[in-house]
Design a protein around this ligand. Structure first.
Ligand SMILES: NC(=O)c1ccc[n+]([C@@H]2O[C@H](COP(=O)([O-])OP(=O)(O)OC[C@H]3O[C@@H](n4cnc5c(N)ncnc54)[C@H](OP(=O)(O)O)[C@@H]3O)[C@@H](O)[C@H]2O)c1
Length: 222
């Protein structure tokens, strides 16, 4: 499958790109607003994998080109830019493509991090409002710390809660998530349930900030 990571030059994009390239045969397309930045990051990820004996071609493109080439498009940009980013790539999306939202909107004050959802209710719903008709949105990966993914020495054990209104799209994303070794994907219900998933992320960051040795926490339900 072809997976595009819009803003795949950033932290969560790097982590997902490395893990999919390391663990699977999927085509990983790193996207950026600047095609040359995407190409250089894709090369850097590929070099990192080669050094570990894993040969996997990663490709870097402008976000639009990456989206045009992919069937699954992860919107891995900061929450406030998700809407503009999806609008920019919308003409490149085909009916049946799937948009994935890993995004969480948070605010920080002296007490720590707080969930700060947008007016639409959740970032996933903001993305859905910007998505073209026939392109479902799935929420996933919000509770995975980028560092836990990009440190390939880290043996990952994590649950990923997947939400969405289109069962087929949700199934595709659950399967892609589980293609990463150590991830179990759980059905969190419809897209309207995404808020409870997004709201876990500030808790994880507050736990990491306030407790020794708890950086890059992941979630497991048992
Ligand atoms: N970091 C984590 O641990 C983590 C974990 C789970 C979920 N998330 C979510 O994943 C998303 C990305 O997080 P991140 O930490 O990877 O972010 P980031 O590293 O700060 O940014 C990711 C990419 O977004 C692009 N970008 C920056 N400003 C932009 C703008 N004005 N318009 C369009 N694109 C812009 C940049 O790519 P180009 O300059 O190459 O275009 C950048 O490399 C967020 O919504 C976050 O909530 C993050």
């Amino acid at each position: 499958m072809e997976i595009a990571l819009l803003g795949g030059t950033g932290d969560i994009g790097e982590g997902l790109a490395l893990r999919w390239a390391h663990d699977t045969e999927h085509t990983v397309l790193v996207g950026s607003r600047k095609p040359e930045k995407a190409a250089s990051k894709a090369d850097a990820y590929q070099t990192q994998l080669s050094e570990r004996g894993v040969e996997h071609d990663l490709e870097g493109y402008g976000n639009e080109e990456a989206a045009a080439r992919a069937e699954v498009v992860v919107v891995s940009v900061p929450p406030q830019y998700t809407s503009d980013t999806v609008e920019a790539v919308a003409p490149a999306l085909d009916e049946g493509d799937v948009l994935v939202s890993p995004a969480v909107q948070m605010a920080r004050d002296a007490d720590g991090f707080h969930y700060d959802p947008p007016e639409s209710g959740t970032v996933a719903e903001t993305i859905a409002a910007a998505a073209p008709a026939g392109v479902p949105v799935v929420g996933a990966f919000q509770n995975l710390a980028a560092g836990a993914l990009s440190n390939l020495d880290n043996e990952l054990t994590a649950d990923v809660v997947v939400t969405g209104d289109d069962d087929e799209a949700k199934g595709i994303v659950r399967s892609l998530a589980e293609d990463i070794e150590g991830i179990r994907a759980l059905d969190g219900g419809p897209l309207a349930n995404t808020g409870v998933v997004e709201s876990i992320t500030p808790l994880l960051i507050n736990l990491a900030m306030n407790n020794e040795g708890m950086h890059d926490l992941t979630v497991q339900f048992q």
